[in-house]
Design a protein around this ligand. Structure first.
Ligand code: ZN
Length: 501
């Protein structure tokens, strides 16, 4: 009886997921290969699919099945697969039924048009051309938030979609604590004098950059039989199913860091998705549990592993062999310091580990103001510049490297930026726990051996998909909740060494 109900629920969830699968393929294609003039019809097609998916998922029959299954599975422990499926589906179902399908469709359509316009506005440095559409987009997301009355701040419902259990208030207070711990380190590094990162700023042909990156992520364990890598404007990872998890990257021939670390970052997201229990596929359990936990994995593989001394002691000679002219004059230690240079910069995705969170805080604060309406879209570029001046001491030459740099607001991604900083904090907490369980991980990394770390992450984090919330996962894995201590200690240790603080 219970088995039949579960199968009926899963079949309904699979149908909704299949529509989502199709919409994701269209979205991936739009961001990689679609000819520029295909945008309007593509936008409509995606909107139709997203609306249909929403209708399938919010069918009252799904609610009925959940009611019956909650009774039938009442006594099972929280980590039971079926109980977890019902619990997590219930949470998403109750949320989804509050949002009309028409709003889902409208957001999807406006977002595709805005994204398409952004791909042209950024190179043209033309923020003004996006203003009417961005205003419309913000209005739609306010409508979305207003489907969940009773919030403290209008962004709370949106934050809750990405990082369940968090709110504008809880993040503000965490960020205040983080800023207090971070600013003295940033100042000490500035006082210590610069590290030379000129080795990274030479001509590095794209093809060779790509093959080196692919080599590394194969060693990490990214399965190209269940994924592929393509190029895009703003790198991302996307999951169509457990057997098709794709990443994208971009290259800058005059800067090695951009393509290489984007590749490692997106591969980290993909390792998480490829490690999820296959039977969760097509259900709300079959995906990473929160933006913060997802970013903890991309940042862990990009930074804690990919910018470590051990990692480069294994891979630097290989990189030198590919780029002998550029790198033979540069020693391993010089290269290690170059990839860990810390200085205030304008572009978030290229920012070093220390200053990165300051970029995130700027976006988080500005987005809250945009959503609450205390900052008008027309004043956004100036507000952006003034925060970069006060927080990082820098002014962008124009909006391309200012307010137009990140895709998020132009791709309908709101309530999301905090996840990057939460991810940094969690990456250090998870890595500490991995080291407690297996202290030889750093030695393994220095041999190009990643199975030990990946297996630990898979057993403790990846396999669970969305079974546990971020907070539950942190407590299970590390014995503590989210906090800044582990990350500050990691940064102090690493940068204290590099800058002799
Ligand atoms: Zn990411």
């Amino acid at each position: 009886m219970t088995e039949n109900l579960l199968n009926e629920l899963k079949n309904r969830l699979y149908e909704a997921a299949d529509l989502g699968h199709a919409a994701s393929v269209l979205n991936w294609d739009m961001s990689t290969y679609m000819p520029p003039k295909g945008a309007p019809q593509r936008g409509r097609a995606m909107a139709t699919l997203n609306k249909l998916q929403h209708e399938k998922f919010t069918d009252p029959a799904v609610g009925n099945l959940l009611d019956q299954l909650e009774t039938a599975l009442g006594g099972r422990p929280a980590e039971d697969d079926a109980a977890s499926l019902v619990r997590v589906t219930r949470r998403e179902y109750d949320r989804a039924v509050k949002v009309p399908a028409s709003l889902v469709g409208e957001i999807s359509e406006v977002t595709s048009a805005l994204y398409d316009a952004w791909t042209r506005a950024r190179p043209a440095n033309d923020f003004a051309s996006l203003m009417p559409m961005l205003e419309k987009e913000l209005d739609l997301f306010r409508q979305m938030a207003n489907c969940f009355p009773g919030y403290q701040h209008i962004s709370d419902p949106l934050i809750n979609f990405s990082d369940y259990g968090m709110s504008a208030e809880s993040i503000r207070s965490l960020f205040a604590e983080l800023r207090a711990g971070l600013v003295p380190i940033v100042k000490a590094i500035a006082a210590a004098g610069g590290v030379d990162d000129s080795p990274l700023h030479q001509l590095y042909p794209e093809q060779e950059q790509e093959s080196f990156g692919v080599e590394i992520i194969k060693d990490y364990g990214y399965d190209f039989e269940r994924g592929r890598q393509d190029r895009t404007h703003h790198p991302f990872m996307t999951r169509f199913s457990g057997n098709d998890i794709r990443i994208t990257t971009r290259f800058n021939e005059n800067y090695l860091g951009d393509g290489l670390f984007s590749t490692l970052h997106e591969a980290g997201h993909a390792l998480y998705e490829q490690g999820i229990t296959p039977s969760f596929d097509g259900t709300p359990l079959g995906g990473g549990t929160s933006t913060g936990v997802h970013e903890s994995q991309s940042r862990l593989w990009e930074n804690i592993v990919g910018r470590s001394h051990g990692f480069w002691s294994r891979y630097y000679s290989q990189l030198q062999a590919i780029f002998p002219e550029q790198l033979n004059p540069v020693s391993l230690d010089e290269f290690y310091r170059a990839v860990n240079t810390s200085k205030p910069s304008l572009i978030r995705v290229d920012a070093d580990e220390v200053t990165y969170n300051l970029h995130v805080m700027i976006r988080f604060d500005l987005e809250l103001k945009l959503l609450e309406g205390s900052l008008a879209v027309k004043d956004l570029p100036e507000a952006w510049q003034s925060r970069y001046a006060s927080d990082l001491g820098l002014t962008a030459p124009d909006d391309r490297d200012g307010v137009l740099q990140d895709v998020h607001w132009y791709a309908g991604i709101f309530g999301y930026f905090q996840g990057y900083a939460l991810g940094n904090l969690m990456s250090a907490q998870f890595y500490d726990a991995a080291l407690r369980a297996n202290p030889s991980i750093p030695d393994e990394i220095a041999q190009g051996e990643f199975a030990g770390l990946r297996t630990w992450l898979t057993e403790n984090i990846y396999q669970h998909g969305s079974k546990f919330t971020a907070d539950e996962l942190l407590h299970r894995v590390t014995g503590e909740g989210l906090g800044i201590k582990a990350w500050i200690k990691y940064i102090q240790g690493k940068y204290g060494g590099i800058y002799k603080l």
